[in-house]
Design a protein around this ligand. Structure first.
Ligand SMILES: [Cu+2]
Ligand SMILES: [Zn+2]
Length: 172
């Protein structure tokens, strides 16, 4: 009896450890024409820091605003306005790292695309999470990754004057 419950406990422990390390979410990106444009992956790491990987193609060369928006809905017909405003997080900050009251939790660095239209980035952050009480990315109405036509000026309210929403992906 005791051996059995110990064995069950150990199996459960092994499962939860594996689960914690493997937890991952991703967004399949769609461009303004409604075609697939790549993937953004969010992976939890053993340190608790979130590892973000961006792999997109067919992007217009130049600098683009890149944010997490508050609603997990990407409708190209409406210019991806369905994704709502920036994900704000718990602190109700203003937009932009250049604002003393900023930034939003969903404010991410601008991304830069070369002449080949390829965007490949990886970085990590502890400002976002895909699990637990402060899981901004997987709340009830979800959230979305949005890429803009122009760079974020990191300052203008409410969203950095980053222009049209040229790609969007629901985080799931
Ligand atoms: Cu945005
Ligand atoms: Zn913002």
């Amino acid at each position: 009896m005791r051996a059995t419950s110990t064995a069950v406990f150990m199996v459960l422990m092994a499962f939860s450890v594996a689960h914690a390390q493997d937890r991952q979410a991703s967004a399949t990106m769609m461009n303004a024409e409604g075609n697939e444009a790549g993937t953004v992956t969010f992976a939890e790491t053993p340190s608790g820091v979130l590892h973000i990987t961006v792999e997109m193609t067919g992007m217009p060369p130049g600098a683009h605003g890149f944010h997490i928006h508050e609603t997990g809905e990407c409708d190209p017909e409406g210019g991806f306005e369905s994704a709502g405003g920036h994900y704000v997080g718990d602190d109700d900050n203003a937009h932009g790292i250049m604002n003393p009251e900023g930034p939003h939790a969903g404010d991410r660095p601008n991304v830069h695309v070369g002449q080949d239209g390829v965007l490949k980035i990886e970085y990590f952050t502890d400002e976002l999470s895909i699990s637990g009480d402060d899981s901004p990315l997987m709340d009830e109405d979800g959230s979305a990754v949005v890429v803009h036509g122009s760079p974020d000026d990191y300052e203008s309210q409410p969203s950095g004057e980053a222009g049209d929403r040229i790609a969007c992906g629901v985080i799931e």
